[in-house]
Design a protein around this ligand. Structure first.
Ligand code: GLV
Length: 326
């Protein structure tokens, strides 16, 4: 008998075709988000789940599905999963690193350019029929080229952003709990800085670390005050890393110049303060959303799930020790 797997949100046909070769698949191709009760009920008899960052996988849920062997997240971030609870209950958890690195770095760069050059504000101005003609001081932005870029979180995506910054001849400084080896710093032309030094010097601050209790409100009122009034903040990693209420105040009173945001506290609900501001570029958590990358993410998760359900070790297992706890 094939193992039973639930796919919690709509995926691509090739993902389902692949999964169906190995599993009895129940999928949610209508893409209706499953509330926690429905998710628990549909997972009760399943051996595996391919899920998204919108699904909360916590101990209570795991307790109600004793057959579960694998939680395959279709995302690189996994703060929606209680990893310790998975390990304790012998459930392997996996994510989708690598396949989305370049695409997500592109979006961070796009937000930086769009915010610096006021692109969404400019488009809204045209759509509102306000454009009367060219003038010298129209929509003055700031330069990205030759500016100082501060990257907080120098993992896979942070490093690729640093590489892109070389093309814009930016000066790159970075902060991370773990300093890079000297040869990597050299290759990336990135200089290590303390968090405070980075905040004080950067024209653009890009956040690129995972969300966890230690990174909750890593950027709040005090940190925003340390930034230059001309600085721009980019958050395309996770909501909750920035204190959104403090950011709105800082954008309103000129503590910093602008922000480009793809992720929000409590998304998809948004602090309504953002909608009143012109100096913010907003995107609905689309960092990895190109067709090729989303297809690759779904297939990576499918392969992780199948590996676990056929007795193997998934390539992207986050808690290999879980296997011995089942
Ligand atoms: C998207 O936010 C991801 O973590 O893959």
């Amino acid at each position: 008998m094939k193992p039973k797997l639930l796919v919690t949100r709509e995926v691509f046909d090739e993902t389902l075709d692949y999964l169906a070769q190995h599993c009895e698949v129940e999928s949610n191709q209508q893409d209706i988000p499953l509330d926690p009760g429905t998710l628990a009920q549909r997972l009760r008899d399943k051996d595996g789940v391919a899920c998204c960052l919108t699904d909360r996988i916590d101990d209570q849920l795991l307790a109600s599905c004793p057959q579960l062997k694998v939680v395959a997240n279709i995302a690189v971030g996994y703060n929606n999963i209680d990893l310790a609870a998975c390990t304790a209950r012998g459930v392997m958890a996996t994510n989708t690193p690598e396949v989305l690195t370049d695409t997500t770095a592109d979006l961070a760069f796009a937000l930086m350019l769009a915010t610096a050059r006021r692109l969404t504000e400019a488009e809204a101005y045209i759509r509102a029929g306000q454009w009367q003609g060219w003038h010298l001081k129209q929509m003055l932005g700031v330069d990205v080229h030759h500016a100082t870029l501060g990257i907080i979180g120098m993992g896979r995506i942070g490093r690729v952003i640093a590489r892109r910054a070389q093309g814009f001849e930016m000066r790159v400084i970075y902060h991370d709990p773990v300093r890079l080896a000297a040869d990597i710093e050299q290759r990336l032309k990135a200089t290590y800085a303390s968090k405070d030094e980075l905040l004080a010097q950067a024209d653009f601050v890009i956040l690129q670390m995972p969300y966890m209790p230690q990174t909750h409100h890593l950027i709040g009122a005090a940190e925003l005050k340390k930034m230059k009034p001309s600085a721009i903040l980019i958050n395309s990693t996770r909501g909750g890393i920035v204190d959104d209420a403090a950011l709105i105040r800082a954008l309103k009173d000129g503590t910093i110049r602008a922000a480009g945001l793809d992720t929000f506290e409590g998304e998809p609900q948004l602090n309504p303060g953002f909608l009143e501001l012109k100096n913010v570029v907003l995107a609905p958590h689309i960092g990895s959303s190109t067709e090729a990358t989303r297809r690759a993410m779904a297939m990576t998760a499918a392969k992780n799930a199948v590996a676990a359900l056929t007795g193997g070790t998934p390539p992207n297992v986050l808690n290999p020790e879980a296997k011995s706890n089942k």
